[in-house]
Design a protein around this ligand. Structure first.
Ligand SMILES: O=C(O)CCC(=O)C(=O)O
Length: 266
């Protein structure tokens, strides 16, 4: 199966971001992708956190959900819709939600980001819990290539989230890592998740300077179950695309059966 991760430098105008997402999804399809993932907050990343709340949709439907469903149906592709803001019980807070659509345009999974990013170093400060309501449920879904597990951005730092999904063929991570923390940790963490779970990891990022002034790290990539980076896009808009080789994954699991050697309770 050919999979693509789309990288964006989302601006403050959601309509412009929707046009960019559409163009890049069509490009992924034209290059043969059967599954594509958008980055975290692809429609609203250029906005300040407090303004993002105004774009939240009800979970029962809205224009971002219609767009994702329609693109999946038209392009006959599984679309992991990065994240979009969905309303929560608290009108001041949103869910940072990753919705998955199958090639018929049906929503088949929803994952709400569980771990909320907090960081301050004197120059930069982020506190997602001010505007985001955390999810509680670990989410994976079945596909033609086996189980696909979902995480969002900061979730990458919590290995137990992915372990608790059971063996997946592919972990997918829409993200918008900060430049500072991404430069230090992004690739290492992604490769660690691939190595310890002996599966593919597909990460779709924001990569550049946004209208809000925030700078993101980019480096969307696909990593194989041996921990090798197969393809990577440093900065700017675009996509990475590559084939998954499930036989190679099974061979790695058989040569080095670390998943079978787990000792629960030790
Ligand atoms: O974990 C990190 O260093 C960055 C996370 C992040 O930017 C986010 O979750 O929005």
């Amino acid at each position: 199966m050919k999979v693509a991760a789309i990288q964006m430098v989302s601006v403050s105008k959601p309509d412009t971001n929707i046009q960019t997402a559409e163009r890049l999804l069509r490009q992924a399809k034209s290059q043969g992708a059967e599954l594509a993932v958008l980055p975290e907050y692809w429609s609203i990343m250029g906005l300040r956190d407090t303004d993002k709340v105004n774009f939240a949709e009800p979970s029962s439907g809205g224009s971002l959900q219609s767009f994702l469903a329609q693109m999946a149906r038209e392009l006959q592709m599984t679309i992991i819709g990065g994240t979009i803001p969905l309303q929560s019980e608290d009108s001041q807070k949103i869910y940072n939600a990753c919705l998955v659509y199958d090639a018929n345009g049906m929503q088949i999974a929803r994952y709400d980001k569980i771990h909320l990013f907090g960081f301050q170093n004197g120059e930069e400060s982020y506190q997602e819990s001010n505007t985001i309501k955390e999810g509680d449920d670990i989410v994976s879904f079945e596909s033609a290539i086996g189980k696909i597990g979902l995480g969002v951005c900061y979730d990458l730092r919590f290995p137990e989230l992915f372990r608790n999904m059971g063996p997946c063929s592919l972990l997918v991570l829409p993200a918008a890592f900060t430049y500072t923390t991404g430069q230090a940790h992004w690739e290492i963490l992604l490769r660690a998740r691939a190595i310890e779970n002996q599966c593919y990891v597909l990460a779709s990022a924001q990569g550049g300077i946004h209208d809000s002034g925030r700078r993101t790290w980019g480096h969307s990539m696909l990593i194989d179950p041996w921990g090798k980076v197969i393809t990577c896009l440093d900065e700017g808009e675009g996509l990475v695309i590559a084939d998954l080789d499930l036989d190679a994954m099974l061979k790695i699991r058989s040569n080095l059966p670390a998943l079978k050697h787990r000792r629960f309770g030790c």
